[in-house]
Design a protein around this ligand. Structure first.
Ligand code: FMN
Length: 252
């Protein structure tokens, strides 16, 4: 499938008319989408926001018009572009789009979901076909299985162990390096260690090492050391922090 990004709110993207910037010109958005749909045999989907600002929350019109030009699903983040990540995501308009009898395509809701309970509550309240999760998955990709498990059984999956966390952190590092090369790959990985290791006691010293080391081998050696020291350790349950990412949205 091909998912069009009409959602990125970052200044250097949106203010040059890309990402959520396209929400300022709905005719253009529809023309662009129609052209993409026409040019590929892949299913085309769109991710966007409620509108550009409080005065132009036109997602209901956008949903109908994009459906009419052939998109196969629409993911909606419950904030406008000017809101960036401020306040709480407003899912009421997402629910309205989903419950519009003219809308036949799947509608995915997005914004502030950070637990299995909230996922189920919002899915039931707004009737969406799916939920998209961003920030809560950063350093905690287990959230997806936790939600699936909770939906199918009503019970909670056991949390990841230190071994699970270190294994995923290692894989992330390895993929970051193979995707971006050793310098950028290792640099970009630095922001993630704290998330993978959140809830472990006295990790400051290890974290400081992890964010200064320059090779994958050295970092893996520290992770090996941590696996031994923290073996069998339970993570303290810490609430997932949904921080404001707007200046860090990767645009390359
Ligand atoms: C690092 C990062 C990059 C993102 N890049 C985009 C993007 O390019 N396009 C987009 O529509 N949303 C982007 N988002 C926003 C997310 O898709 C999502 O709408 C937003 O984080 C709200 O969902 P959440 O509360 O589950 O995090 C990005 C979010 C993060 C954290």
């Amino acid at each position: 499938m091909l998912d069009i990004n009409f959602g990125c709110p970052v200044k250097k993207v949106a203010l040059k008319g890309a990402g959520a910037g396209v929400l300022r010109d709905i005719d253009l958005m529809v023309r662009l989408t129609a052209a993409v749909v026409k040019s590929t045999s892949l299913p085309v989907t769109v991710k966007t926001r409620l509108g550009w600002d409080d005065q132009t929350k036109n997602i209901e019109e956008v949903a109908e018009r994009l459906q009419d030009v052939g998109i196969k699903a629409l993911a909606i983040h419950g904030r406008t572009r000017t809101q960036m990540y401020k306040g709480e995501a407003d899912w009421t308009l997402i629910g309205k789009v989903k419950n519009n009898p003219r809308i036949q395509i799947p509608i995915f809701g997005n914004g502030d979901i950070d637990s299995p309970e909230k996922a189920v509550e919002y899915r039931n309240r707004y009737g969406v076909d799916g939920i998209m999760i961003g920030r809560a998955a950063i350093g905690y990709p287990w959230i997806f299985n936790e939600i699936k498990h909770y939906i199918s059984t009503g019970t909670h999956l056991s949390p990841p162990t230190i071994e699970d966390r270190i294994a995923v952190c290692r894989k992330h590092l390895q993929q970051s390096v193979s995707w971006k090369g050793p310098v950028v790959g290792i640099n970009e990985m630095r922001r993630h260690y704290a998330n993978y290791l959140k809830g472990l006691p006295n990790i400051k010293e290890f974290r400081n090492k992890l964010v200064t080391l320059k090779t994958e081998e050295e970092i893996n050696a520290v992770l090996d050391e941590m696996a031994v020291i923290y073996a069998g350790h339970q993570f303290e349950k810490t609430p997932i922090e949904l921080i404001n990412y707007h200046e860090n949205c990767p645009v390359n």
